[in-house]
Design a protein around this ligand. Structure first.
Ligand SMILES: [Zn+2]
Length: 385
């Protein structure tokens, strides 16, 4: 054998294999998960349907050879008033990092699996909300579990229960709140918490190529990871400050309040949000695939890269955020009749667009301007959707 070929062969068997397309989250697998989880058999993933969803996730975790996250169990009972009052069940699996000096650092990839259940004969399938996020989590888990290169740091995959609302219909996030109060790892060892809620459609049904990422204002060092992972993907990421949503809209809330670096991915409220029409057939699978691949790239960087994100108390709002808001406002204005956007809102939106034009020309943004842009975003989110 030629010596050079021999060296190449030896190297090829020793070196970590590069990521190949086959290792990436895949649209047809994502579709399978969404179709199953949002089928009538799962009854909107509440009560009897939630029990089916739990079995499905545990089966998938087991097939991937993942370890249970909660002291030998894939389940964590979410309790209410006392230890006997079980109101829900979180699910979790893990891969322990291969680098002993890094294995106590954790990345958490979570998605809520519960939805609204049924009202009489009417089923709320929750394909976008949030079978799409769960499918992404399972696909990222598959690519990491099947990769010949084991991650340096540890990763937990978590399916949260009771995001939509508690057992008595009260405000949700009960599963993630319980998890953050009873974590299976030290909270200060969570390098990054990533969650996705509704990543298969588009805001208002019109921002077709846009996905929103919130949270990077507290750990701007992840932005190059996001940009790298998004390169060449058929989706435009709008990085927004979390304050634009006024309240915590998904499971990042309990992590945000504990100052744990987090990223929240969403394509926003579509016209079939929280309706029986949120069915698997109308999910944009190429978009879901692109977002899942971006999240896989970011998670991989957090697991293997030289640095772990550090929470920065003073949020950093880049000019790109203002530009992303302008894109959204312009698109909504283009469809103003369809959204029945009124005169006051149109004036506010046009004024804000002018301000952002000026900011872009100048290349700087004052904190007062940023506050006004965020207020406009809040008003529009509240009144248009
Ligand atoms: Zn949701």
């Amino acid at each position: 054998m030629n010596r050079l070929i021999a060296v190449v062969l030896v190297l090829a068997t020793c070196l970590p294999l590069p990521w190949t397309n086959a290792d990436e989250p895949d649209a047809s697998r994502l579709r399978q998960h969404v179709t199953k989880l949002a089928s009538s058999e799962f009854q909107g993933r509440r009560e009897a349907g939630a029990i089916k969803a739990r079995s499905y996730l545990i089966d998938e975790f087991t097939k991937l050879g993942l370890q249970p996250l909660f002291g030998g169990s894939f389940t964590q009972n979410v309790t209410g008033k006392g230890p006997e009052d079980v109101i829900g069940v979180n699910l979790g699996a893990r891969i322990i990092g291969s680098d002993p000096s890094q294995a106590d650092h954790w990345v958490i990839l979570g998605a809520h699996y519960d939805h609204l259940g049924r009202q009489g004969a009417l089923i709320y399938p929750g394909a976008d909300d949030n079978a799409s996020g769960v499918a992404m989590m399972l696909e990222v888990a598959r690519t990491i579990a099947r990769s010949p290169v084991k991650p340096r740091r540890s990763i937990a995959f978590v399916g949260f229960d009771l995001e939509e609302r508690g057992p008595k219909g009260e405000f949700g996030l009960r599963g993630s709140q319980f998890f953050a109060r009873n974590p299976p790892m030290a909270l200060d060892k969570i390098a990054l918490f990533v969650t996705a809620d509704m990543i298969g459609r588009s805001l208002g049904g019109v921002l077709e190529t846009t996905a929103f990422v919130l949270g990077s204002e507290h750990e701007p060092e992840v932005r190059p990871w996001i940009n790298k992972a998004a390169e060449g993907k058929p989706v435009k990421l709008a990085l927004l400050g979390s304050d634009m949503l006024v309240i915590d809209r998904s499971d990042y809330g309990p992590f945000r309040s504990r100052k744990i670096p987090y990223l929240f991915f969403t394509t926003g409220e579509s016209p079939v949000y929280h309706s029986p029409l949120d069915v698997p057939e109308t999910i944009d699978y190429p978009k879901l695939e692109a977002i899942s691949r971006i999240i896989a790239g970011i998670v991989r960087e957090a697991l293997d890269g030289p640095v772990v994100p550090v929470w920065s108390a003073v949020p950093d709002y880049p000019l790109a955020e203002a530009v992303a808001v302008r894109d959204v406002l312009q698109t909504l204005l283009f469809h103003k009749e369809a959204f029945a956007i009124g005169g006051y809102q149109i004036a506010l939106m046009n004024q804000t667009i002018k301000t952002i034009d000026e900011i872009e020309r100048r290349g700087t943004m004052t904190s007062a301007e940023r506050t006004r842009i965020a207020r406009t975003a809040q008003v529009i989110m509240f009144t248009v959707f």
